[in-house]
Design a protein around this ligand. Structure first.
Ligand code: 3PG
Length: 394
């Protein structure tokens, strides 16, 4: 793979696929992490003299939808660029009007193409559409790690039709850190998995088990494992149809002599809301009329110990219902333990745990917080991502 720094961009139309799929509240961007993380690549392209064209999807529209216009994103980008660059939002991502706007682009201006998914051809990876996008570009740069698991027109289809291609700086950072976790993690290597479903994480567990020294499991998915072991889990969320799978995974771990470390106590409550009661359990059993909503204090210190002694730590999925403050301690303790371990490479595999460390102000103290959700999971599963594969030079 080549990277943007290796290219000569002077005067060239530089098409950068970014992942500006950010959360919105009406017309306001509520988390601009993905926009901020794309800035180094955008700035570099501008410094190198490129005519910058940015393209992204936003949400999952079924055709043009004003509520999913990239307008608020373009406005936030203009602010983040410090008002030094005019940001022009086009009213479509293909067509003669757009071609003209790109042609007339002046130095220092940045074009943001309207939401790629206003055309169903984007997700269908339609060749005609891909060629239309490619016609806007002299150089193709992909910095959209968060969308690299999708084989769409802008992430894969258009690439062969553009003369030069490269990965952006965010893509580079993501591949470096997540790749380091998979390829040669310094030992001890600890992985922490949480979130609600075992089914979402099966392949990640299978991919990481042979590599890690310990796999710590928290969040609702821990209850499926505990129930599989015959532990009372009360009203906790369990995937009944995954119990035998959980047993198989525990057996596989046993054969590999890799511990899967499950919670030894819990914070339980009556319901998964703010209104719930809150109490600690003495051991790993959950009272019959209660549900587990966070890991307990003994589990917090157990997990902290594992994380403290590690040289590589990767984490995906919250330890409990962290959106509700009284059930956020487990998730915070994992984030804090990672932030405190300065001798380790600490990587957050995106999604909810990325949102959690961001919210808890810990993100800056970690080696890497992935901007991918589905993409980082698939990467950690060891799968080849279409958006990365398309950049490979033969
Ligand atoms: C994401 O947020 O995970 C990416 O932007 C991909 O979005 P998608 O799941 O709608 O394809």
């Amino acid at each position: 793979i080549r990277y943007i720094d290796e290219l000569q961009l002077t005067g060239k139309r530089t098409f950068i696929r970014v992942d500006f799929n950010v959360p919105l509240d009406g017309r306001k961007v509520t988390d601009d992490t993905r926009i901020r993380e794309a800035l180094p690549t955008i700035r570099r392209a501008l410094e190198l003299g490129g005519k910058v064209i940015l393209a992204s999807h936003l949400g999952r529209p079924k055709g043009p939808d004003p509520k999913l216009s990239l307008e608020p994103v373009a406005a936030r980008l203009a602010e983040l660029l410090g008002g030094k660059h005019e940001v022009i939002l086009t009213d479509d991502c293909v067509g003669d009007g757009v071609k003209k706007q790109v042609k007339e682009l002046k130095e220092g201006q940045v074009v943001v193409l309207e939401n790629l998914r206003f055309h169903k051809e984007e997700e269908a990876n339609d060749e005609t559409f891909a060629r239309e996008l490619a016609a806007l570009a002299d150089v193709y740069v992909n910095d959209a790690f968060g969308t690299a698991h999708r084989a769409h027109a802008s992430t894969a289809g258009m690439v062969p039709f553009v003369k030069e291609k490269a990965a952006g700086l965010l893509m580079k950072k993501e591949i470096e850190y997540l790749g380091r976790v998979l390829k040669n993690p310094e030992k001890p290597f600890v992985a922490i998995l949480g979130g609600s479903k075992v089914s979402d994480k099966i392949k990640v567990i299978e991919s990481l088990l042979p590599k890690v020294d310990a796999l710590l499991v928290g969040g609702a998915m821990a209850y499926t494992f505990l129930k599989a072991q015959g532990v009372e889990v009360g009203k906790s969320r369990v995937e009944e149809d995954k119990l035998s799978l959980a047993t198989r995974l525990l057996e596989a771990a046993h054969r590999l002599k890799t511990p899967i470390v499950l919670p030894v106590d819990h914070i339980v409550g009556t319901e998964p809301t703010e209104k719930s009661s809150k109490q600690e359990t003495p051991d790993n059993a959950v009272p019959k009329d209660m549900m587990g909503l966070d890991i307990g204090p003994k589990t917090r210190s157990l997990f902290t110990q594992h994380i403290r002694d590690a040289r590589t730590v990767v984490w995906n999925g919250p330890m409990g219902l962290f959106e509700v403050a009284k059930f956020a301690d487990g998730t915070r303790s994992v984030g804090t333990a990672m932030a405190n371990n300065k001798q380790a490479i600490t990587v957050i595999g995106g999604g909810d745990s990325a949102a959690a460390v961001e919210q808890m102000g810990l993100a800056d103290q970690l080696s890497h917080v992935s901007t991918g959700g589905g993409a980082s999971l698939e990467f950690l599963e060891g799968r080849e991502l279409p958006g990365i594969k398309a950049l490979e030079t033969r």
